[in-house]
Design a protein around this ligand. Structure first.
Ligand code: 9YT
Length: 131
């Protein structure tokens, strides 16, 4: 069994920060679960262009508020605690935080660790396997 605490991840290589968000990678590809699990805080006032062409992601909000706009149809959905969205069609989108938003994120296939968005909002598909 794997047991990890958020406090043990803060300040390590599993604590990945950009100008728009910080992501604590709780479970990764090497853990062999078939998905990765992250706690992400999106900073208030930011807008992030995201397009996970290589991954599916589900996002569950546990704190804060914001919105997601899907590029294909311009629809805007409010995000607040208790709301989940799933990018089941690799949906290109803009994520905006009105307040710091704390999100629980699950990726399939799992991330390997240090991924940050490229200029198109994409994460590369990196191979990593459980030992
Ligand atoms: C919601 C979202 O995708 N935010 C960007 C960071 C990502 N959740 C991650 O790498 O943990």
């Amino acid at each position: 069994m794997i047991v990890r605490r958020l406090d043990d991840i803060k300040g390590t290589a599993l604590d990945v920060k950009t100008s728009n968000w910080v992501s604590r990678r709780l479970l990764l590809a090497r853990d062999g679960m078939g998905f990765s699990l992250h706690e992400t805080t999106i900073f208030a006032g930011t807008e992030t262009h995201i397009w996970y062409q290589n991954h599916l992601e589900a996002v569950y909000c546990i704190e804060g508020s914001g919105e997601i706009e899907t590029v294909a149809d311009g629809r805007v959905h409010a995000i607040r605690p208790g709301v989940v969205y799933a990018l089941d069609d690799h949906d290109e989108h803009y994520l905006r935080a009105h307040e710091d938003m704390r999100l629980v994120c699950v990726f399939n296939p799992p991330l390997t660790g240090g991924e940050v968005h490229d200029e198109k909002g994409v994460y590369p598909l990196l191979a990593d396997v459980a030992e």
